[in-house]
Design a protein around this ligand. Structure first.
Ligand code: LHQ
Length: 264
């Protein structure tokens, strides 16, 4: 698994660990980081050896959002096309995280601001250091929340909290984010690397196909009726029922032994 200067990538026990690696800027997001993250997530999508993804940050921050030194108004002649920036770098990252049919875990090791917050919140399971904060920093620089933030916050928290966080840009402590149901849970900062790795390895050893189909079903649920969801569950369960891992899971139960899932 190849590293780049701003994104460390390792594959171990089926876990593709991606570490945003510009700690001196709290891992602020550059175009190079965007290209590297997209390429790594495409590998995660396509390579059967990858059975879970773990995204985290190096140093004391998770990600401070767009690197604002790349956006200095003094270094350009006209207004920027931020829509184009989103389409090239940020939207593909969020679309990949959501569409990869494998668990994507985010270990938020410190502050997550702007795009950094919303990329974290796009992941399937978010576990954060209890010292971390989530900041919808956009309004401080005259922008709107992106990376799906307006969608994610509204669905997960409702309009009242989504609007207050986005309009005020006030930091949300990780423990409050967990209490509000925005993330799964927090743990002491010192324990985060070990806990997140253990969770990722456990999921990577799971029935990957069923986990991927579960992700697809849950993501579809918010946009359709119960009736349509029952139809979708029927179709996806049919597919899961044909997997080798389903046969293995049942056999292991009957034989009173741990299942050895292969992801097929
Ligand atoms: C940074 C950054 C940073 C560069 C800290 N850039 N250096 C935007 C535009 C284009 C297209 C699409 O989408 C977007 C989406 C966005 O992400 S907009 C939001 C951009 N992010 C922000 O506005 C957050 C800016 N950062 C902060 O407010 C603070 O740094 C936070 C609250 C994240 C952390 O505060 P502190 O813990 O007090 O750390 P610090 O401010 O001292 O930062 C440490 C260093 O990191 C510092 O450098 P220095 O050389 O002074 O040690 C900062 O300049 C640098 N840094 N964020 N986004």
């Amino acid at each position: 698994m190849s590293d780049t200067a701003c994104l460390a990538a390792t594959l171990d026990h089926g876990v593709l660990k991606l570490t945003l690696n510009r700690p001196e800027t709290l891992n602020a997001f550059t175009a190079e980081m965007g290209r590297s993250l997209i390429a790594a997530l495409e590998v995660a999508r396509d390579d059967d050896a990858v059975r879970a993804v773990l995204l985290t940050g190096a140093g004391r921050g998770f990600c401070a959002g767009q690197d604002l030194t790349e956006r200095d108004p003094a270094s350009r002649t006209g207004p920027p096309d931020l829509g184009e920036t989103l389409e090239r770098f940020y939207n593909p990252v969020v679309r990949l995280i959501r569409s990869i049919e494998k668990p994507v875990i985010c270990a938020v090791n410190g502050v997550a601001a702007g795009a950094g917050a919303n990329i974290a919140l796009a992941c399937d399971i978010v576990i954060a250091a209890n010292t971390a904060r989530f900041i919808q920093a956009f309004s401080k620089i005259g922008l709107i929340p992106d990376c799906g933030g307006t969608w994610t916050l509204t669905r997960m928290l409702g309009e009242a909290r989504a609007k207050a966080l986005a309009l005020t840009a006030e930091p949300l402590e990780a423990d409050t984010a967990a209490a509000w149901g925005l993330i799964w849970r927090t743990c002491p900062a010192v324990d985060l690397p070990v806990e997140a790795e253990a969770l990722a390895r456990r999921l990577a050893a799971g029935p990957t196909r069923a986990l991927g189909l579960t992700k697809r079903a849950i993501q579809a649920a918010g946009a359709q009726s119960l009736d349509a969801q029952l139809d979708l569950e029927r179709d996806l369960q049919r597919e899961a029922g044909r997997s080798a891992d389903h046969a293995e899971g049942v056999a292991a139960f009957l034989e009173k032994r741990p299942a050895q899932f292969t992801g097929r």
